[in-house]
Design a protein around this ligand. Structure first.
Ligand code: C5P
Length: 397
């Protein structure tokens, strides 16, 4: 569940900061990418080197150590979730008042990602009504809390204030990430091949199985989106979704359905391998076998994605580009021509007709993300991770 997720672990200056090493190690074992951001005070309790070694990533400690805006804005944007553990009374107070006087508070204020806070402090501080008011205020704003536990505290007393057990903290991260990032969004997906009739029984088509589109429909629905799937003919069992599924045969039928649903969607993923040509004069009966050759004149099908690119508005458009050569250049060209926010380039020999795919995600702003060979389910998850980031950047602008 945490595979490929980017987690910012904020560490503030509590004696329990040493437990952040265990948090990093557990999250990393669950295949999350952990980026540690420490307050100055936290560095008195645990060294950045320890966390860098465990996370295998650079550890950030200073708002002004590198490019100022690049660091805090890009960290705020890449995070799928921000976990602050341990969180002191001081950082809770600063967050509840919108302060931004160091890297961690600045990222927390700039991000659209969910924030989880695991407090750790002396019982008197935890029970203090001012602190409790700050906690209540943050909860109202949608911050998640992993309540501290009762036990032996560093001050020598027993009481409530111990950092929650690491397993509880990890569970909360998993719970928050399983939440519906695409709640309220309507995703329209085309999938599979189209079949263009030659006569009553024959057609022109391609080897697309429809698996990629079905995986995308399932993944989008898992993230809370309402999904409408327009699928060409496929032998696959229908995907395990409550989505509206509309089956079509030809490009023209697919175009008609896309056009009638496009208005209501927020995100359009054009995954279908639409036939570029169709027989100009399909025959209503079965063509009889003759001694001479048969010539079938083909005419161009409409490019559905290019058409919706012209009426894109503030919708997010994602396309695919399967090619044999000049993969990236051709995909970039299509991204521009069809006015897309992201295109998925994949070599024909890896994707078509297979369960796996080897994709490169190319975003409008120029980011190029090379994915290793992986199942289409995983490709769908990685694509949606990026789509969620695009949704957030649209909300920000
Ligand atoms: O230009 P090319 O066909 O390679 O572009 C592929 C992308 O365009 C895919 O996302 C595909 O779903 C979409 N497409 C379309 N209508 C067509 C052909 C392709 O929507 N007639």
């Amino acid at each position: 569940m945490l595979k490929g997720k980017e987690i910012i672990l904020g560490i503030s200056g509590s004696i329990s900061a040493y437990k952040s090493a265990e948090i990093v190690s557990k999250l990393t074992k669950l295949s999350a990418k952990v980026i540690c951001v420490m307050t100055k005070e936290a560095t008195h309790f645990i060294t950045p080197l320890t966390l860098q070694t465990l996370s295998k990533n650079r550890v950030y400690t200073d708002l002004f150590s590198t490019d100022f805006s690049e660091t805090h804005i890009s960290l705020a944007e890449i995070a799928n979730v921000i976990l602050i553990a341990p969180a002191t009374a001081n950082i809770i107070s600063k967050l509840s008042h919108g302060a931004a006087d160091d890297l961690l508070t600045t990222i927390s204020l700039a991000t659209k990602a969910p924030i989880i806070i695991a407090p750790a402090m002396n019982e008197g501080m935890w029970q203090n009504p001012i602190l409790q008011e700050n906690v209540a205020k943050l909860k109202r704003q949608g911050f998640h809390f992993v309540e501290p536990e009762i036990g032996h505290l560093a001050c020598g007393k027993e009481g409530k204030g111990r950092l929650a057990d690491v397993s509880r903290i990890i569970k909360e991260v998993e719970f928050v990430l399983a939440r519906k990032e695409l709640n309220g969004k309507h995703v329209l997906i085309t999938s599979g091949p189209t079949q263009e009739p030659i006569d009553r029984v024959r057609y022109i088509s391609n080897r697309s199985t429809g698996r990629m589109g079905f995986s995308l429909a399932e993944a989008a629905e898992r993230r809370g989106a309402k999904v409408t799937l327009i699928s060409g003919p496929t032998l696959l069992p229908s995907p395990d979704v409550s989505a509206d599924i509309i089956f079509v045969d030809t490009c023209q039928e697919m175009r008609k359905e896309v056009m009638s649903h496009f208005d209501k969607c927020d995100i359009f993923i054009s995954c279908a391998a639409v036939a570029d040509y169709r027989p100009k004069n399909p025959v209503a009966t079965k063509i009889k076998k003759e001694k001479t050759n048969l010539f079938i004149e083909l005419e161009r099908n409409p490019d559905i994605l290019k058409e919706v690119g012209k009426i894109k508005g503030d919708k997010i458009l994602v396309g695919f580009s399967a090619d044999e050569e000049d993969l990236i250049e051709r995909a970039c060209q299509k991204l521009r021509e069809k006015n897309l926010d992201m295109i998925v380039a994949n070599p024909i020999e890896k994707g078509f007709g297979h369960d796996t795919n080897k994709c490169t995600l190319i975003k409008r702003q120029g980011d190029i993300i090379d994915l290793p060979l992986m199942s289409k389910r995983e490709v769908a998850e990685r694509m949606l991770d990026e789509i969620v980031k695009i949704v957030r950047s649209f909300n920000n602008s």
